[in-house]
Design a protein around this ligand. Structure first.
Ligand code: SAJ
Length: 422
């Protein structure tokens, strides 16, 4: 049985490790977090993701997966470590990829296959990873194989998408691409398309940039419609009846580990881009837009308190990385608001989290940031007696506004605030 050593047991690395470990591979996962290693070695999942717990338990019970702080020799190495943006410089922080490559170089043997999955700027494999691996004395394409295999799975549906989505694999050479295709075909049921290293990296970044730019466009539409008294949600629904139009949804801003920085990775090798940066700026400005909408909704109230419903960066996940909720809370505090937050998905956050009832006690406005499914079951009648003033600002057009209005709430929606006195 072939052995895989995978670096990074996070949102992508652990599901990937589990999928391989439930096929004909034995897997060792390497991570820098001791708590993650302890959990995986107990067969318990360090974060929430539908279906992952069962996969991990099965692989663990069959002795096919274990975790360690240290790399070891293997037939296949996979790099799935985080690649955050360094906030001071606005440049990709590739430290973890660098360290993983150095770790691999120490154990690399003739015939090994090395796969990079982490999202990186387009020429990282060629300019950074290969030179580090070749410090081993082995040559890419001669002694070892190398491929870039970006993932496309969406958190909250990761397992399903890892299995069913099509996949693009970029090989250092044909043989590297074909070997990687064989490997992933052990669990991928979608098509697997082969290309070269740089094209595969470009494709990954283009996908997330496309989404970020389209969300920015939807956000800009929302800002325009607010000014002219049109409901953006109705307008988008109607525009999307055009066979070649698919406008995204406006919201409180873009969060998560991917869309907030991947588009900027594309800019590292050019000074010639305008729309990508502009889209990032538009999406980053949405928390300020949310705050000004709250200001309008509850102007005149002294010592205002607002309740943030939903901290996670998107629905039905416990992930708060780059969440727009954090920026909205900080802006609101700086503007003199008392802020209480509630999120049934999230365990740890840099602000205290309250139960739904506590978060609404004496509040002047509920601000829905995350459209968690469970929020659709909130009974507004039950909350109305707890609130000091009954206001709701829905940044996702998610709740049943008629129901909330019936319970006495004044409801405003992003992209439709002109219907203020509904
Ligand atoms: N959002 C909007 N409006 C929309 C869609 C999303 O405001 O119409 C917001 C979300 O609320 C969230 C942010 O954008 O804050 C990002 O969420 P998302 O669901 O668009 O994407 P991620 O970051 O969870 O996952 C993306 C996916 N990329 C694409 O859909 C092109 C996923 O397939 C990738 O695998 C993932 O990035 C990644 O790891 O790169």
């Amino acid at each position: 049985m072939k052995k895989i050593c995978i670096f990074g047991l996070g949102y992508i690395g652990l599901p990937t490790a589990c999928l391989f470990a439930n096929r004909d591979y034995s897997v060792v996962g390497v991570d820098v977090k001791i708590t993650v290693i302890e959990k995986v070695n107990m067969g318990s999942c360090p974060f929430e993701e539908p279906g992952l717990g069962n996969l991990l338990k099965q692989a663990h019970d069959n002795g096919k997966i274990r975790a360690s702080l240290n790399p070891e020799s293997a037939d296949i190495f996979i790099v799935a470590v985080p690649t955050p943006m360094d906030n001071n410089t606005g440049v990709a922080d590739l430290k973890s990829v660098y360290e993983a490559a150095e770790g691999i170089a120490r154990y690399l043997k003739k015939g090994n296959l090395v796969i990079v999955e982490s999202t990186v700027p387009p020429i990282t494999c060629e300019k950074m990873v290969i030179p580090i691996l070749e410090k081993s004395g082995l040559k890419a394409g001669i002694d070892f194989y190398l491929a870039y295999c970006p993932e496309r799975a969406i958190p909250s549906n990761t397992i399903n998408e890892m299995i069913n989505n099509d996949r693009v694999i970029g090989g250092f050479d044909n043989e590297s691409a074909l070997l990687s295709k064989n490997l992933y075909a052990s669990f991928v049921q979608g098509n697997i398309y082969l290309t070269n290293l740089t094209t595969a990296a470009m494709v990954k970044l283009m996908e997330n940039t496309y989404r970020d730019v389209n969300i920015a466009l939807a956000n800009e539409f929302a800002i325009i419609t607010e000014r002219i008294g049109v409901n953006v949600w109705e307008a988008i629904k109607l525009a999307n009846k055009h066979p070649r139009v698919k406008i995204h949804s406006p919201g409180p801003g873009v969060g998560g580990h991917c869309l907030t920085k991947d588009p900027l990775f594309l800019l590292e090798n050019t000074t010639g881009s305008r729309i990508i940066e502009l889209a990032r700026d538009i999406n980053d400005a949405m928390p300020r837009h949310v705050l000004s909408a709250i200001d309008k909704l509850i102007s005149g109230i002294t010592n205002p308190t607002i309740t943030i419903l939903g901290i996670a960066y998107k629905a039905d996940v416990d992930d708060t990385r780059e969440t727009p909720a954090l920026k909205i809370i900080k802006l609101a505090e700086n503007a003199g608001y008392k802020v209480k937050a509630h999120d049934p998905w999230v365990q740890k956050f840099e602000y205290p989290l309250y139960s739904l009832e506590e978060s609404c006690m004496d509040s002047d406005c509920l601000v829905l940031i995350t459209d968690h499914s469970i929020f659709s079951h909130i009974d507004p009648q039950m909350l109305s007696s707890k609130m000091r003033h009954r206001n709701l600002f829905d940044t996702r057009n998610f709740l049943d506004h008629k129901l909330w209005q019936k319970a006495g709430f004044k409801v405003n929606v992003i992209g439709n605030v002109s219907t203020k006195d509904n």
